[in-house]
Ligand binder design. Structure first.
Ligand code: AMP
Length: 144
């Protein structure tokens, strides 16, 4: 199973926000979109970073209530790690585990074509394991 297969199921919509939006606006956008991360893009569509719920929590510990009017650019991660549609699910699961993050934007050449979360990865792995178990059970029954 590849990243492209995951995107076929969930679509390639990318939730994004500008670096100048406030953390309050970010929190509201995350709530409405029901996601845990957004890609930060500039006016000309370039990727400036990624920002997740965890960045908000960490920054809250430092800045307290002053955080809500701070810009997204103050808390986002600038160096974004991406994956390719051709990557396997087990490859990106390893990347997420080793790098300790739960979101991977998908890049096809210069273009962003989606974002995959640890939840998407787990769902596919569970489906794969279930399928393997069914095949083995059928095999065992057929050869009894
Ligand atoms: P997460 O576990 O995805 O909420 O993210 C944990 C931390 O890693 C946060 O500081 C994020 O900004 C950062 N992060 C999340 N995804 C990525 C990514 N694909 N590339 C670089 N940093 C990331």
């Amino acid at each position: 199973m590849r990243v492209a297969d995951v995107l076929k199921g969930k679509g390639s919509e990318i939730k994004s926000i500008t670096p100048t939006a406030t953390i309050r606006e970010l929190a509201e956008r995350l709530r409405v979109a029901d996601v845990g991360a957004m890609i930060v893009t500039t006016g000309n569509g370039e990727i400036a970073g990624i920002v997740t719920e965890r960045d908000i929590v960490r920054a809250f510990a430092t800045h307290g209530s002053a955080l809500e009017s701070m810009p997204v650019s103050d808390v986002m991660t600038r160096r974004v790690v991406t994956c390719s549609p051709d990557d396997s699910i087990s490859q990106i699961a390893r990347t997420m585990t080793e790098r300790r993050f739960r979101h991977l934007p998908v890049r096809d050449g210069e273009r962003l074509v989606g974002i995959v979360s640890i939840g998407d990865v787990l769902k596919r792995r569970i489906d794969e394991v279930q399928l393997e178990a069914n095949v083995l059970r059928d095999y065992a029954i057929a050869h009894r």
